[in-house]
Design a protein around this ligand. Structure first.
Ligand code: GLP
Length: 255
């Protein structure tokens, strides 16, 4: 078949699989394939080499190759077509739902660049819902931050974060259009311990449509998150509307 990337000019591809490494071989192969996709040596819609070719190229067993490919299929990076082979999926975004990631990190993991348009950043008293979610009294000072979240310059989500003022006041002066809120909070000493997140199907509202660049009524994925600090105290309550045509969540299920 002759895949040109086997003969990588830079030699990087030839590094192959390290049999001495404690990292499982199937995992190393996954990383190699992921890397090829990120570097666009393998592009969306293109067939990847067969299991047999991977075995010959990297001196691994059929089972190892199969496991690597199967996991990437499950993660949505590759897809199979009966009788035709395995192909690279479009960059519809996948997120490993178990990791506490920021939007910036989530996009980076998918090979995309995050940026934001800050629509509002206000200090205001917490209303009843926000107060309940953050476990504080009504009227407690919070920072409300509303951003359009772009991936590769195109709208991906609209996000409204409510943060405890005492935790987030340091970010009030930061230009968040090119920066990550979480990175700024970490710099300020905030340690995130966990988050509770829920997903719901929904529709893009009139008010959101323009920001998201899709017609009102388009399908959306609504995500809510409460994030806890090192003392297990909630400091962030966020509601996000993701474009369903661009965003996909993948979870790994264990028996
Ligand atoms: C995700 C979460 C939000 C969080 C945001 C931070 O989108 N759902 O709860 O506020 O990430 O993103 P960043 O650090 O990129 O600003």
């Amino acid at each position: 078949m002759g895949y040109s990337f086997w003969l990588s000019e830079g030699g990087a591809r030839l590094a192959g699989i390290d049999t001495e490494s404690p990292v499982p071989k199937y995992y190393q192969l996954k990383e190699i394939i992921r890397d090829m996709i990120e570097k666009e040596e393998l592009r969306a819609g293109q067939a990847i080499p067969s299991e047999r070719e991977f075995c010959e190229r990297y001196g691994i067993s059929r089972m190892t190759a199969r496991q690597a490919i199967m996991e990437l299929v499950n993660e949505g990076l590759l897809y199979r077509e009966q009788g035709r082979g395995t192909f690279v999926a479009e960059k519809k975004l996948q997120q490993e739902a178990v990791r506490l990631t920021s939007f910036t990190q989530d996009m980076r993991d998918r090979g995309m660049r995050a940026s934001s348009r800050v629509l509002e950043m206000e200090v205001e008293p917490a209303g009843p819902v926000v107060a309940r979610m953050l476990g504080v009294d009504r009227g407690t000072r919070i920072v409300r931050l509303r951003r359009v979240r772009d991936a590769d310059g195109e709208p991906m989500a609209l996000e409204t974060s409510h943060l405890l003022y005492e935790v987030a006041r340091g970010v009030l002066d930061v230009d968040l259009s090119e920066r990550s809120l979480y990175e700024e909070l970490r710099k300020a000493g905030v340690r995130m311990s966990r988050a509770e997140q829920s997903y719901e199907a929904g529709l893009v509202s009139e008010a959101e449509a323009e920001h998201l660049g899709v017609p009102a009524g388009s399908p959306a994925l609504l995500i809510e998150r409460i994030t806890f600090d090192q003392n297990d105290r909630p400091f962030e309550y966020v509601k996000s509307t993701y474009r369903a045509d661009r965003y996909r969540v993948t979870t790994v299920l264990h028996p």
